[in-house]
Ligand binder design. Structure first.
Ligand SMILES: Nc1ncnc2c1ncn2[C@@H]1O[C@H](COP(=O)(O)OP(=O)(O)OP(=O)(O)O)[C@@H](O)[C@H]1O
Ligand SMILES: [Mg+2]
Length: 350
């Protein structure tokens, strides 16, 4: 992800100070975790039952767009089970041996958090199937024709996998999770509560209206809500007396180019390219990504889910299409004769 383009959204763009704050704002228990009522309630049940049986719960898969709380929930799961948490990620496991080493080092009841699980290598994935189901891995000893597989028992553990792309996971892997929680974008009222909670933790004064205004521009995403709160706080401290009012919030968000609907620079440049350069589409994802100077994945995983959900962009079998709302949002006339019937399709990819 390009750090310069998404200062308000990209996790990579955060400096160390910001990361510390983000981690300080993380809820530690399910009760503190606002929103996602359904997933929260389902998870509560899974954990409660496991505690009652005194056994490691089923493996949990968490999916959903960035910043909605997957990592936070993984940490909460371990905390609620009073179990130690080990953290690794798909890209960190390129060889099956890396994974075998991690798995064989687990203690009974431990929670293993595997972030970006869709980015694991194929051989590691196959090793994981066996570990998840039979609590066993085959350790290969030796090389070439003389190599032998020695089965190694591993203690019962709980795998928590996280992915922004559940659709990319092979069926056999998905099927081995006993519980899958799909995180949805948050409602404004839920984000408002999160903002108020964060403001209390950061010791800043914010009016109710200001919290609502920031919430409505946070693209349904707690990470963005917290980030906008911090930017508005900077503004309030430098240009006023530190108290966050609605007028200050609006002025600050305008300065940071977060519009009324919460669209930021990347979102608008995607819509702008789609409408002005490609006549509203359909256009392929890769072409669109090149046009805005971004990685394909960034456009697909960061910008698109919110644009689709807000009704500005549709994924069709022939490519991405701008809806009439997108043209209007950019202040452009909706072209006559354009057919948006295609937008009823929701093809995953081009
Ligand atoms: N339900 C929630 N209540 C309060 N704060 C939340 C909630 N969900 C997420 N947050 C906040 O948003 C931030 C981002 O959440 P988190 O890191 O868990 O997202 P993620 O889904 O793992 O994102 P990514 O896909 O980028 O890894 C956290 O620091 C946390 O403070
Ligand atoms: Mg995460």
């Amino acid at each position: 992800m390009d750090d310069n383009v998404r200062p308000l959204v990209s996790a990579d763009a955060m400096d160390i100070e910001e990361r510390k704050i983000e981690s300080a704002l993380r809820p530690r228990t399910l009760a503190e975790f606002g929103g996602q009522r359904r997933v929260s309630e389902q998870l509560e049940l899974v954990l409660h039952a496991a505690r009652g049986r005194n056994r490691a719960p089923d493996h949990v898969l968490l999916s959903g767009p960035p910043g909605l709380g997957k990592t936070t929930l993984a940490m909460i799961i371990a905390a609620e089970l009073s179990a130690p948490l080990r953290i690794t990620s798909g890209p960190a496991i390129q060889h099956a041996g890396d994974l075998a080493a991690i798995l064989s080092g687990l203690n009974e009841g431990e929670v293993l958090f595997l972030d970006e699980i869709h980015r694991m290598s194929r051989p590691a994935e196959e090793l994981l199937y066996m570990a998840m189901e039979d609590f066993r891995v085959d350790v290969i000893v030796g090389k070439g024709p003389g190599a032998t597989a020695i089965p190694l028992e591993i203690p019962p553990f709980t795998l928590v996998g996280a992915t922004t792309r559940a659709g990319l996971l092979p069926g056999p892997l998905r099927d081995r999770f006993g519980f899958t929680g799909h995180l949805e974008f948050y409602e404004s009222a839920e984000l408002e509560k999160i903002i108020n909670r964060s403001a209390t933790l950061l010791d800043v004064d914010i009016t109710k209206e200001a919290a609502a205004e920031i919430a409505s521009r946070s693209r349904g995403t707690p990470r963005i809500a917290n980030r906008l709160l911090r930017r508005v706080r900077d503004y309030a401290e430098v240009r006023a007396d530190g108290i966050i009012t609605i007028a200050l919030s609006k002025a600050a968000l305008e300065l940071y180019e977060v519009d009324r609907m919460g669209l930021d620079r990347l979102d608008r440049s995607v819509l702008d390219a789609l409408c002005r350069r490609f006549g509203g589409g359909p256009v392929g994802l890769s072409t669109l990504a090149v046009a805005v100077g971004e990685e394909r994945e960034t456009v697909e995983e960061v910008a698109e889910p919110f644009l689709v959900r807000s009704g500005y962009l549709a994924r069709t079998p022939r490519g991405r299409v701008a809806t009439p709302a997108a043209w209007r949002h950019l202040g452009l006339a909706v072209p006559k004769g354009a057919s948006f019937a295609d937008t009823l399709f929701d093809a995953e990819d081009e």
